[in-house]
Design a binder for this molecule. Structure first.
Ligand code: C6P
Length: 420
């Protein structure tokens, strides 16, 4: 091991007690075929700490009730806990008001909400929406639906060989026809951290609102919507150590106010007659039907959990893991990393000789290692690099240097199996 690698390990060990943190995650004690689980599929979903599991359990055992409806004790308790979770989200991303925090099912629903409620109201024939070549399908397909309906155009910011947005090309796409820019903050398949602040600054010169897909961001680094000045931001609770089926759409109050509701139903109305319906105030206007109450409360607990560790510390720990893993993977013959941006987050996508990623994934599974293989719901990225799929190891706050070593050793074994 090089001196550099040793100093990286020392740095991690001195500032961050990852072994103590791991104790909070019961699932990490799992053994797979008598080998310790090495969970490197955090970009798909993260594991949950006991603190989140307990809160969700407590909700169902001691306060289960519908919210915003009842006058009874349990309903008030559940409503307070749900609204308390909203306050936690507001502080976590530094929104100006709780009215700007809409609970959704996840990132996908948040983006669809904006496409429907903002797009259908404000887009007209000939208008344009800008996205990038590295978007997740959930930040492509809703805009295609919208553009098809409105006869609008979807413009794509190209990316270079390293996996970075070509900024000059972005500048060429922006015009007074652009009605919205929707870009991923951190790419799930390349790990690229995009220059979103610069994108927002340019967009605002033209009065164009910007939506950030922060599915892979809020779990890895502090996010401050006021500082970014983004207009919308969507993320999923399950990637932030919280439950599945809950997410958040942040939107500036002025914009959310101007938008029509997304779905109709209970809780989002003010008055309903057969002739006319008036709508509830923000944020309830966008939360039709019974929400994922336990999910929101669990997300609040997840926010408490990561905040107690500190997002800055989590970011530093994962940056060290990324640096160490990137170095060590160079030892594996035939392995090529896809995505070498200057600013990267804890995702390493790679291809490996001509061994299909699914075979790599299956062999790693025999060693207890969970990675994701495939296109990662970013088929245009695969097309850009002319590959069908990648293997992807993605880091979370509980991953260790020792796990990276296990991954590297296992990859060397894959070569032996394939005689590559
Ligand atoms: N990416 C992955 O393995 P949902 O499914 O709504 O929670 O998140 C969708 C989504 C949107 N944007 C980005 C950048 C994402 O990474 C994801 C989810 C997972 O990479 C599942 S495909």
């Amino acid at each position: 091991m090089s001196v550099k690698q040793e100093s990286v390990i020392d740095q991690i060990k001195s500032t961050y007690d990852v072994y103590k943190i791991r104790e909070d995650f019961p699932i990490l004690k799992t053994r797979i075929r008598n080998k310790p689980l090495c969970y490197f599929d955090n970009a798909a979903t993260t594991q949950k700490p006991q603190q989140v599991l307990d809160i969700v359990d407590n909700y169902y055992t001691s306060m289960n009730s519908n919210i915003h409806r009842g006058v009874h004790y349990l309903s008030n308790l559940a409503t307070d806990a749900y609204e308390d979770a909203r306050k936690k989200v507001k502080s976590f991303i530094n929104a100006a008001s709780e009215k700007e925090i809409i609970f959704t099912k996840g990132t996908t629903e948040g983006i669809n909400l904006v496409a429907n409620s903002f797009g259908r109201k404000f887009l007209k024939e000939g208008d344009e929406i800008i996205i990038s070549n590295m978007e997740h399908h959930s930040n492509i397909v809703p805009w295609q639906f919208l553009c098809n309906e409105k006869k609008a155009k979807l413009k794509i910011i190209p990316i270079d060989d390293r996996g970075e947005i070509i900024f000059d090309e972005f500048l060429k796409l922006v015009s007074d026809r652009t009605k919205l820019i929707s870009v991923v903050y951190i790419s799930n398949s390349l790990g690229t951290v995009n220059p979103v602040k610069e994108i927002i600054e340019i967009a605002h010169k033209y009065n164009i609102p910007v939506l950030l897909d922060a599915a892979q961001t809020v779990n890895h680094r502090p996010v401050n919507v006021e500082e970014l000045d983004c207009d919308f931001l969507a993320f999923s609770g399950h990637k932030l150590y919280g439950p599945t089926g809950i997410g958040v759409l942040y939107g500036k109050e002025k914009l959310l106010d101007a938008m029509s509701p997304f779905m109709g139903g209970g809780d989002m109305i003010s008055k309903v007659t057969f002739e006319e319906t008036t709508f509830n105030e923000l944020p309830f206007k966008f939360e039709a039907g019974t929400s994922n109450i336990a999910g929101a409360i669990g997300l609040g607990a997840a926010i408490d959990y990561v905040s107690s560790i500190g997002m800055e510390k989590i970011a530093a720990h994962e940056a060290s893991l990324l640096e160490y893993a990137t170095q060590r993977l160079k030892e594996v013959p035939g392995l090529k990393i896809i995505g070498n941006a200057k600013y990267k987050s804890g995702v390493i996508s790679f291809i490996f000789y001509n061994i299909h990623p699914h075979d790599v994934g299956t062999l790693l599974d025999y060693e207890g290692i969970a990675i994701r293989t495939g296109h990662h719901c970013t088929q245009p990225v695969m097309e850009r690099y002319n590959i069908p799929a990648t293997s992807r190891a993605s880091f979370g706050l509980y991953n260790t240097i020792e796990e990276v070593d296990i991954l590297v050793d296992a990859l060397k074994k894959v070569i032996e199996v394939f005689n590559a």
